[in-house]
Write a protein that binds this ligand. Structure first.
Ligand code: ADP
Ligand code: MG
Length: 671
């Protein structure tokens, strides 16, 4: 069958099921084959009870099995439990609200039990089931409501048997040999139905290699196209001195050094394509303002795009300082009259420096003489959007500002089409949050302390949990709903709960209440918005902190320490893993985002680094990022080699790159 065929072509999939699958972005057989499990449960060999760590999924050979019991609470809830042992110890397997499990519990030892260990209250196996034979390595797919793992596995199986023959090999044999890659078809089959962890690793490497190579092909092509273009050669002389006179502070050394890189780029006739990376608060706006001054001095308009209205408003205040009447702002929330006038001023060149939101990339916005395009917080804009605004001038210079520190090797893969500048360090006078690692047995003391602090100082706190409710597949992890209930009962504070399943209006209302100081403590998942700025919030608690990437912890910690008062960050963990504790301890020693990103790369790998699941890096980049850094480097070399030669046998790969460019490049975004 043709891989582009729709899903209803599979027996057993009707319109209803197809609609559910569509919500996962799955429309064709091809989509299903490319749908990657988000995790794997390793049941390929039995484990000893004593060795199974908290939160780990494992299979145990049953050496002893007790008499099952069922408990019925007044609320109607039922708990079925049974004690299971091997020569290293015992554990209790429990099922909540599944009384029918009672029947499936074997009376005799032998056979296996599989499930996820929860060590918070002794040794408890959650979501357990009994099997005769070891299930091997089991994929876990992302789900939406109404779909189960078993439905997805069946769908994948059907898609594979329908069109495995249609999978064309994209890597010519000499590259497969050179880089030690298995075949594409084998790789796809293996990621869905792995035989063991070793063949799974080889399959993941093959797919990640290909994705990284494709991404590099695309980015290098873009970079090459741009190199051939000729842009504006700006005269930069004298701009810096004038700029500094209007600036209320002295730039840091890092800011000076980036300004000189910008000046060189702008003076060159080749269009600038520069990415500026610097932590939140490192002072990137100044750099944008400097570049806008260079453009204005040369009679060119510039535009500064912001991801939110609030940020656009902040930028507008700055622009007025430098450009007075010639500064303008364009957002979605303007009256028709205001909008018309602003558009007219942009079109006739009266406005020389413009800021705004996405509204700026709509058609109908015509610039008289656009010379510079700056996007702030680039992760919110896809490559395609960058290109769209770029088209509004003739090869204008572009500057992209990102607050996500990414190590150099990775930025080559992700931003291969751009030159990169780093803003290291912070402007003087910033107080980093005092960061403490808090073990699980101190959490009650910690919350009491926070309660006192909030009462005495009138400050506010964020508490971030890795998941919304107990329903998700992580044992031993604090959920926002459960914690909210617990804190509400035990603390005399005004407590709010915010998470991604709430409607936008509800979230806004909760955030507003927090901003106005009507909520003392806000329990949330990682949804608390980027750019949320509540100076009075100076306490950040992160529950089950070992569940987060360091870079993500760093971003979360960045939400506090914005006001005058001392700020705190508490990293709670029940983990006893040495590496987990070492990683978390590192957070208490530094607030340097780049050092943290490097450490994250070292200890968890690039995929985790960017917290891709939580932040929706496109699936495209996500697969590449799941690879280790060596694979990414090799893939990049391979792509550069392919671009260098005629390489007719790589036609398929190049076509794939172009197709992905059409379809997906738009969403190659990083948060
Ligand atoms: P970001 O990199 O997050 O965009 P901003 O440009 O908004 O950071 O700067 C953060 C704050 O630091 C602003 O209030 C800005 O005025 C201030 N700032 C920036 N550079 C300096 C400096 N060299 N000296 C003192 N304050 C600075
Ligand atoms: Mg900024």
């Amino acid at each position: 069958m043709d891989p582009t065929e729709g899903l209803t072509s599979i027996k057993g999939i009707g319109p209803g099921r197809a609609e559910q699958l569509a919500r996962l972005g799955l429309f064709s057989l091809e989509d299903v084959l490319g749908f990657m499990p988000r995790a794997y449960l390793d049941y390929s060999a039995p484990r000893k009870i004593a060795d199974i760590g908290d939160g780990e999924a494992a299979a145990v050979k049953i050496g002893f099995i007790g008499k099952p019991s069922i408990f019925r609470a007044k609320t109607g809830m039922t708990v079925v439990s049974v004690s299971v042992g091997d020569e290293t110890g015992n554990m209790v397997a429990s099922w909540f609200n599944q009384p029918y499990m009672l029947k499936s519990i074997p009376k005799e030892p032998g056979g296996y039990i599989v499930g996820t260990m929860d060590r918070r209250s002794g040794a408890r196996l959650l979501r357990a089931s009994f099997v005769k034979n070891l299930p091997g390595v089991v994929p876990v797919y992302p789900l939406v409501k109404g779909l189960s793992q078993s439905v997805l596995r069946k769908t994948v199986k059907s898609a594979l048997s329908a069109c495995a023959d249609g999978i064309e090999e994209t890597m010519p044999p000499h590259y497969r040999e050179k880089y030690g890659l298995i075949g594409l078809r084998e790789a796809i089959e293996t990621v869905h139905f792995p035989k063991d962890t070793a063949s799974l690793a080889a399959a993941q490497e093959r797919l990640a290699f290909e994705d990284a190579a494709v991404l590099t092909l695309v980015l290098e092509t873009l970079r090459g196209t741009r190199r051939g273009e000729s842009g504006i050669s700006f005269d930069t002389s004298g701009v810096l001195a004038e700029f500094l006179e209007k600036l209320p502070f002295e730039p840091t050394e890092a800011q000076y050094s980036v300004m000189s890189e910008i000046a060189l780029d702008m003076a060159s006739p080749q269009p600038m394509s520069r990415l500026i990376q610097g932590d939140v608060g490192s002072g990137k706006t100044v750099l944008a303002l400097y570049a806008m001054n260079v453009a204005a001095k040369n009679g060119y308009q510039s535009v500064l795009m912001a991801p939110t209205e609030i940020l656009a408003e902040q930028h507008f205040e700055q622009l007025k300082r430098f450009f007075g009447e010639r500064a303008a702002k364009l957002t979605g929330h303007m009256s028709a009259k205001e909008r018309r006038e602003t558009l007219a001023g942009i079109a006739d060149g009266r406005f020389i420096a413009v800021t705004g939101t996405h509204a700026l990339i709509e058609s109908g916005v015509e610039f008289a003489r656009l010379g510079l395009v700056i996007t702030d917080e680039q992760h919110r804009f896809g490559v395609r959007q960058r290109a769209a605004i770029g088209k509004k001038g003739e090869a204008p210079d572009t500057l992209i500002m990102s607050a996500t520190p990414i190590p150099r090797t990775l930025s080559l893969i992700l931003y291969g089409d751009l030159d990169v500048s780093l803003v290291k360090g912070m402007p003087p006078g910033r107080k980093p949050a005092l960061t403490k690692l808090v073990p699980e047995n101190k959490r009650i003391d910690m919350y009491r302390y926070i309660e006192k602090l909030i009462r005495a100082e009138g400050v506010q706190a964020y508490v971030v949990c890795p998941m919304i409710d107990e329903n998700e597949e992580l044992a031993g992890v604090q959920s926002a709903e459960a914690l909210y209930a617990e804190l509400k009962e035990n603390l005399g504070l005004r407590i709010g709960l915010i998470h991604g399943r709430l409607k936008a209006a509800e979230k806004d209302a909760l955030m507003d209440s927090f901003r106005r100081g009507e909520t003392d403590l806000l329990v949330s998942t990682t949804v608390i918005e980027v750019g949320v700025d509540v100076p009075n919030a100076c306490i950040m608690v992160i529950e089950s902190a070992e569940r987060f990437g360091l870079a993500q912890l760093h971003q979360l910690r960045g939400r506090v320490g914005r006001g005058q008062k001392a700020s705190y960050c508490f990293l709670l963990t029940g983990s006893s893993s040495k590496t987990a504790l070492e990683r978390l301890r590192f957070m208490t020693t530094t607030s340097d985002g780049f050092a943290i990103a490097e450490k994250d790369l070292e200890t968890r790998g690039p995929g985790e680094l960017i917290g891709m699941r939580q932040h929706g890096v496109s699936e495209f980049a996500a697969a590449a990022l799941a690879a280790d850094i060596e694979t990414l480097k090799k893939a990049r070399d391979c792509a550069v080699e392919i671009l260098g030669g005629p390489n007719d046998d790589c036609r398929l790969l190049r076509e794939k790159a172009m197709r992905k460019y059409e379809r997906t490049l738009e969403s190659v975004v990083i948060n």
